[in-house]
Design a protein around this ligand. Structure first.
Ligand SMILES: [Zn+2]
Length: 506
């Protein structure tokens, strides 16, 4: 039996054949067998099937003797938070993020919210789930309920001992939104926040209730932020469409509300709010690339004020004397010049990592990096167990707006003209490998830098100016993704983008 819902980083599938309660139950048992946890925390997004799938998953875990803590309707990062906060051995969020209505899925972590993906446990859980679904791994011994389980009184026979060891796990519910919200606010100095008007659009996903708790805590702290709430109420029927602000057609409601209410910033999330998207005070969508630079700057500015807070970092209090106190920022190779420029100007060290959450998190742990950002709107934080959050980014930007006393558009405009970029352009190609080779042949001789961290990255400094590009094939689709940027020359960037696309597509 082949379970096609197991992908490279997580579980995702069409409801019915690919993912159903039987499969969710099997995944629960397989998780228990592979990870051997004592306790696992579970949560689910607002999708209509999430609750039932979560409960089936919980039954599987319990049947293998694992205690389950259900934290209720959540975004993915609430599971990351809970796993670390409660000090448990694993966590599972039932979510399909921004996928179509008839999909659902799961994101799995082990202790300290470390990702369980392909070669770090997910393949093994898949193999065990497939065996369970095929009936090849029956629960050995009778399962007894926790209540009626015989106590081990020393006279138990071999069989009874086995029953004892197979005692069914307990199930409790434990909402943690208050603790979660409190942790979110620790990423900023709340006293810095000036009165702001913010448009927030949860797309009827999971973000609304989490935001309400953050709003209340800000109010209690005497902060005057007015939230204009768009599509705020969670609704698994998604009456306003599946929330995926990466799609231009999903942006209008946020942009319009910003203009209508004269807001300082717009914020929109996807269904499980692990990705957040920002709009400036004119309602203009800000490319994720420039947000990475903004957040890097925000963190490095905090570090300079307060000294390093990192677990492994050391600081003499004199950054110029102590190179070890330089904070590291991880970025992906697709677009990087703006990030590197800002990080170096702020006294930090920029480190490039392969794209993808598992790679970024691993690299951040290795480098003790304070922050990592991908242009795809995933932002990772050391003090958040190196996990991605869709709440911390906008809080940091709100603080930056307050401290700098300037508008979001003016903060970003300068950076966009200093490093104009094409944004990610996807091409569906019959033979991605051959097409990438063709582009490489055409440009390699003129390149001053050639890097293969992730796809191919080439840099140029010819007579027509400085520019670079990254070209990589998708792990999940038959497409190649192109990103081009230049130093201060938008015409050059556009011209080179056209040139590469023509080579690729012809
Ligand atoms: Zn998501």
């Amino acid at each position: 039996m082949n379970l096609t819902c197991f992908k490279a980083y997580d579980i995702r599938g069409q409801l019915g054949s690919e993912l159903n309660e039987d499969i969710a139950y099997a995944i629960g048992r397989a998780f228990a067998l592979e990870i051997q946890p004592k306790t696992v925390v579970v949560g689910g997004d607002i999708r209509l099937t999430s609750e039932q799938l979560k409960l089936a998953l919980a039954r599987g875990l319990q049947d293998e003797g694992v205690d389950v803590i259900d934290i209720g309707m959540t975004g993915t990062e609430e599971i990351y938070f809970a796993t670390k906060y409660l000090g448990v051995c694993g966590g599972v969020e039932v979510t399909a993020s921004h996928n179509p209505m008839d999909y659902n899925g799961m994101k799995l972590v082990r202790e300290d919210s470390k990702p369980i993906s392909g070669d770090t446990g997910l393949r093994a859980i898949q193999a065990l789930s497939e065996k369970i679904m095929a009936g090849k791994l029956p629960l050995d011994g009778e399962i007894v309920s926790a209540k009626s389980a015989p106590q081990n009184n020393g006279t138990a026979s071999q069989d009874n001992a086995r029953i004892n060891s197979r005692q069914r796990g307990k199930y409790i519910t434990k909402p943690l939104k208050t603790e979660y919200a409190k942790h979110m606010l620790e990423f900023i100095n709340v006293a810095n926040l000036k009165p702001l008007k913010l448009v927030v659009n949860s797309g009827n996903g999971a973000a609304g209730p989490a935001l309400d708790v953050i709003e209340q805590q800000l109010k209690d702290a005497g902060v005057d932020i007015e939230f204009i709430k768009v599509h705020h109420k969670p609704n698994g029927n998604f009456p306003n469409g599946i929330p995926n602000p990466l799609l231009p057609e999903c942006r209008a409601d946020t942009a319009n509300a910003v203009r209508e209410h004269n807001a300082d910033m717009g914020i929109a999330w996807d269904g499980d709010f692990d990705r957040c998207f920002l709009f400036d005070e004119h309602g203009e969508f800000i490319e994720g690339y420039y947000i990475v630079g903004l957040l890097a700057e925000a963190f490095l500015a905090q570090g300079n004020k307060e000294g390093s807070k990192g677990e492994g970092a050391s600081s003499s209090g004199h950054p110029e004397l102590d190179s070890g106190s330089k904070e590291k920022i991880i970025h992906d190779p697709r677009l990087s010049w703006n990030t590197i420029d800002l990080v170096e100007a702020a006294g930090g060290i920029a480190v490039m990592s392969k794209t993808g959450h598992a790679f970024i998190k691993e690299r951040m742990r290795k480098e003790n990096a304070i922050y990592g950002g991908e242009m795809s709107a995933h932002h990772y934080f050391r003090d958040f167990a190196y996990c991605d959050s869709g709440m911390i980014p906008w809080l940091l930007v709100a603080e930056l707006l307050s401290v700098k006393g300037t508008s979001l558009s003016s903060m970003v405009k300068e950076r966009i003209s200093a490093f104009p970029s094409s944004g990610e352009i996807n091409s569906k190609l019959a033979d991605p490998k051959a097409s990438i080779a063709k582009v490489l042949t055409a440009f390699k001789d003129d390149a001053i830098v050639f890097d293969q961290t992730d796809g191919i990255s080439l840099e140029f400094a010819g007579g027509d100016g400085e520019w670079r590009f990254n070209l990589r094939s998708s792990n999940t689709e038959p497409v190649v993704r192109l990103n081009v940027e230049s130093k201060g020359n938008i015409d050059l960037m556009n011209e080179k983008t056209k040139e590469i696309l023509a080579l690729l597509r012809n």
